[in-house]
Design a protein around this ligand. Sequence first.
Ligand code: ATP
Ligand code: MG
Length: 179
Amino acid sequence: METDFDPAKLFKGTLDLIGPKKLSGVEVDCVYAENNFMIHCDQLQLQQVLINMIINAIYAMERNEAGKKLGFYLISAAQVPDDLFVIPAGLNVRGKAKGDFCCIVVKDNGSGMDQETQAKIFEPFFTTKPQGEGSGMGLSMAYGIVTNCGGWIAVESSPGKGSTFRLFLPDIKKPKQNS
Ligand SMILES: Nc1ncnc2c1ncn2[C@@H]1O[C@H](COP(=O)(O)OP(=O)(O)OP(=O)(O)O)[C@@H](O)[C@H]1O
Ligand SMILES: [Mg+2]
């Protein structure tokens, strides 16, 4: 069910749902402020998107003995560098500016991905996990859910340098117009 809500509401519960066992050995940096944004989305679906991204990040950091670092942030897209704010062709964002989007960031210092892998991650059934471990549906469903809310997902990654996923979602918190 789609409702209007502050995405910060999802942050608290999401790490709790993943649980301390999965997060053991991971240094989590979680930053968000409440009552800053308003998005129109299915809360449970968006939470599943975040859970999949965090689980992906934990998986990618598994072999990082030097220290696993997970960043989980809610910021304004105004804080995102211009070159990383690229509205995908075909997305109708009706004259919205950068500051009209909020951005959920999931960042890890794991294995990272080469360009070839990055090009396929949103395809259904694409996985690099061993057979029987991943369905490869996580990010494909994530993309559908986020575009359904009028947003998109961008990835920044390179091998050995970790990955940063950014979910851009339109901030609909606007003064109501009387007609
Ligand atoms: N944070 C990440 N770091 C490195 N690679 C990643 C990361 N997130 C996703 N990937 C790559 O993208 C692929 C697809 O991810 P996706 O979440 O769609 O499927 P999966 O995790 O393999 O399986 P599922 O989510 O269905 O259990 C992964 O198999 C992996 O190769
Ligand atoms: Mg996954």
